[in-house]
Design a binder for this molecule. Structure first.
Ligand SMILES: NC(=O)C1=CN([C@@H]2O[C@H](COP(=O)(O)OP(=O)(O)OC[C@H]3O[C@@H](n4cnc5c(N)ncnc54)[C@H](O)[C@@H]3O)[C@@H](O)[C@H]2O)C=CC1
Ligand SMILES: O=C1[C@@H](O)[C@H](O)[C@@H](O)[C@H](O)[C@H]1O
Length: 346
């Protein structure tokens, strides 16, 4: 069975996902596209020579009988409306982060899915599909380093544009760590705190950059996460887990080593699109395969989207207060209990 997919939002990641589904992956076909900028939607059809219809908006695309699943790759504030409409129509939904921009919005989605009675939604937290993070997880689960005690990580972008704001360091950037770290140690967050080191001269006047977020889990693991979005030198993702018996570290991206002009070096990636190339492929292949084999997506759930939003809200509050802020989750619905989420009991 080929999953017939409609794409809502044909910007940077929308086009990346169209490319991979069309050229690299199996089991899916892009049959519909829409974008508030209709020229962008038409350009995507042309660029990838799609046999796809351009729809005027998300509602008409979702209503189409030709569409089995939607890919929500529009701007964050537009996600909730499309995801809700997708669930109401009983369509499968792959939604890029954030699932919704507020915890309340994510909870509405959770409730709509619970009412539907089966999982339809997968959130684009692709790091869970990255082989480096999966090796970390395996080592932690197998107690290779004993009990994990601390995590040190960094999320660095070479630069961001002027529209990037201080809270986006949390809601747009740290949100990947927020998701992958609690999955890694199978623990929930208890509290968060944000500190601002000396500001880089490369950040725009309204942006605090870098930032350091401390997250504490219910089990007492202390996480130190640096976000530095004008680091200049590259796109760099670091993660080190310190345990009772040793330390495990996220592998560096394999890269050509060179000896030239009296130097020994390796190149560092500059673009997020390249860093998690394989993980993006795997998350979407898994979305399509799981629907075919189990009738439900098996990747990060709407509940994971909700956890991320609640934690991000606490971090944004902590940005203003400078204090420890509590992370308080509602009760996890039965639908999300005991499901095997990418090899992990949640
Ligand atoms: N998982 C990951 O690593 C990444 C995730 N993202 C997420 O993907 C989403 C899109 O990001 P980008 O592609 O970088 O943005 P973008 O600005 O390049 O593209 C967004 C597109 O959505 C369209 N759009 C906005 N509202 C719409 C609506 N209501 N209906 C239809 N189209 C609409 C815009 O016209 C634009 O073409 C964001 O939520 C972002 O956080 C982005 C980059 C990486
Ligand atoms: O998701 C992403 C972007 O939206 C975000 O703006 C970047 O900071 C992240 O590194 C990237 O993975």
């Amino acid at each position: 069975m080929t999953l017939k997919i409609g794409v809502i939002g044909t910007g940077a990641i929308g086009r990346e996902h169209i490319r991979r589904i069309t050229n690299n992956l199996s089991g899916g076909k892009i049959v519909a596209v829409t974008d508030v900028n209709s020229e962008a939607a038409k350009a995507a059809v042309e660029q990838f020579q799609l046999d796809a219809e351009v729809y005027p908006d998300d509602k008409t695309l979702i209503a189409s009988e030709n569409v089995d699943a939607i890919l929500v790759t529009s701007w964050g504030p537009a996600h909730q409306q499309s995801v809700m409409a997708g669930i109401e129509a009983g369509k499968y939904v792959f939604c890029e982060k954030p699932l919704a921009t507020t915890a309340e919005g994510c909870m509405e989605i959770v409730q709509a899915e619970v009412k539907h009675g089966r999982r339809l939604v997968q959130v684009g937290f692709m790091r869970r599909y990255d082989s480096g993070y999966q090796q970390l997880k395996e080592a932690i689960d197998n107690r290779f380093i004993g009990e994990p005690l601390m995590i040190r990580c960094a999320h660095r972008n070479p630069e961001v544009n002027d529209s990037y704001t201080t809270d986006m360091a949390i809601t747009d950037t740290l949100i990947h760590e927020i998701d992958v770290l609690h999955w890694l140690v199978n623990d929930d967050y208890k509290s968060v705190q944000v500190a601002y080191p000396k500001k880089t001269r490369h950040a725009s006047s309204h942006l605090r950059d870098p930032q350091v977020v401390t997250l504490e889990t219910q089990g007492g693991i202390l996480i130190n996460a640096e976000i530095f979005v004008n680091c200049k030198y590259g796109y760099d993702i670091q993660c080190e887990v310190i345990g009772e018996e040793g330390i495990v570290k996220l592998p560096e991206v394999a890269s050509l080593q060179y000896r030239k002009n009296g130097q020994l070096g390796t190149h560092i990636l500059m673009d997020w699109k390249d860093r998690f190339l394989d993980a993006y492929d795997r998350e979407l292949q898994d979305f399509m395969d799981s629907i075919r084999t189990t009738g439900e997506p098996q990747g990060p759930t709407a509940w994971d989207g909700y956890i991320a939003a609640v934690t991000a809200d606490a971090c944004v509050k902590a940005q203003d207060s400078g204090q420890h802020e509590a992370v308080e989750l509602g009760e996890k619905p039965e639908l999300y209990r005991g499901t095997v989420n990418r090899g992990v009991q949640v």
